[in-house]
Design a protein around this ligand. Structure first.
Ligand code: PDD
Length: 281
């Protein structure tokens, strides 16, 4: 395997960044995960637009033009012979003597890109079974709209889920409403058949898959309501699911040990999955 690190393609096993990289010391950076399908990035344009936004919010420079970045992403995918899988990119504020203040404006940001194959059958198998989620208090900062590499609350929440025999953790805000998953956006289907997901204006990352799924829903003439929902409402839902670039839509069949619907993946999430890649770019 090959990784791109600050201007060079290197063996994955030897790919490293400097010990004084601000990503390593402060979590001072952002990332994107993009699905690769048939050798091409899915929704590349939207992922790049979100990257630019995240960098802007943190006042980190784009390390190179978007066109050049596109070349690096494609090269990394090609050099790893990825047809179906994921490409990961990370930009940090660069390498500088440890100091909380931003380094000199001339400090170049660091860029790392990796790509790996993932067997699509694995995602299908998980989706066929459905997953269990637990709920945990949302103890994250207010700027979860930025896709930062500072993911400690997410790491702890997802590990807690794993320990509890579940796969994802849903964060719940102080008013009892679900915000999102540790690495996914959260959705439910009401008994009336309406799709509910939290507005992206507060408390969540604006998932690219979430945005595309809204278009899929429209195509399928499903009603989508962007509003917060409580854990109680989710427990009474007909279906629940999560979305992310890693497995577009994954049915949720248990929340905190309680069965959702009939405990099996439902027709709405199945239809969304089946139509996703016709709508995604
Ligand atoms: N996670 N919410 C959070 C907190 C996320 O980390 C992610 C993605 C999403 C879904 O966003 P998108 O549809 O753009 O993937 C929502 C990535 C996949 C990860 O951390 O691996």
């Amino acid at each position: 395997r090959i990784a791109y690190v600050n201007g060079s393609y290197v063996a994955h096993a030897e790919a490293g960044v400097h010990v004084e990289d601000r990503g390593y010391q402060f979590g001072d950076g952002v990332y994107e995960v993009c699905e690769v399908r048939g050798g091409h990035m899915v929704d590349e344009r939207r992922h790049m637009a979100r990257l630019v936004r995240s960098l802007g919010e943190l006042r980190i420079r784009l390390p190179m033009s978007l066109a050049a970045l596109g070349v690096v992403l494609r090269q990394t995918i090609a050099r790893n012979r990825v047809r179906d899988g994921l490409v990961y990119l990370q930009v940090t504020r660069g390498v500088a003597r440890r100091d909380h203040y931003f380094p000199d404006a001339a400090t170049p940001p660091s860029l790392v890109v990796t790509a790996r194959s993932v067997d699509p059958a694995k995602g299908e198998a998980v989706a066929g079974q459905g997953i269990a989620v637990i709920t945990v208090p949302d103890n994250r900062w207010e700027r979860v709209d930025i896709k930062t590499i500072g993911l400690l609350p997410n790491v702890l929440a997802k590990e807690a889920a794993k320990q509890a025999g579940a796969r994802e953790a849903w964060f719940v805000d102080a008013s009892g409403h679900v915000t999102e998953g540790g690495s996914t956006n959260a959705w439910i289907v009401t008994p009336e058949g309406r799709l509910i997901t939290r507005p992206a204006e507060s408390g969540i990352l604006r998932g690219i898959t979430r945005t595309v799924m809204m278009e899929v829903a429209e195509k399928l003439q499903l009603r989508v309501e962007e509003r917060p929902f409580t854990v109680a409402e989710a427990l009474g839902a007909r279906e629940a699911f999560v979305t992310s670039a890693t497995n577009f839509a994954t049915p949720v069949v248990r929340i905190d040990g309680q069965t959702i619907g009939d405990g099996r993946p439902g027709p709405v999430v199945r239809a969304l999955r089946e139509n996703f890649h016709q709508v995604a770019e």
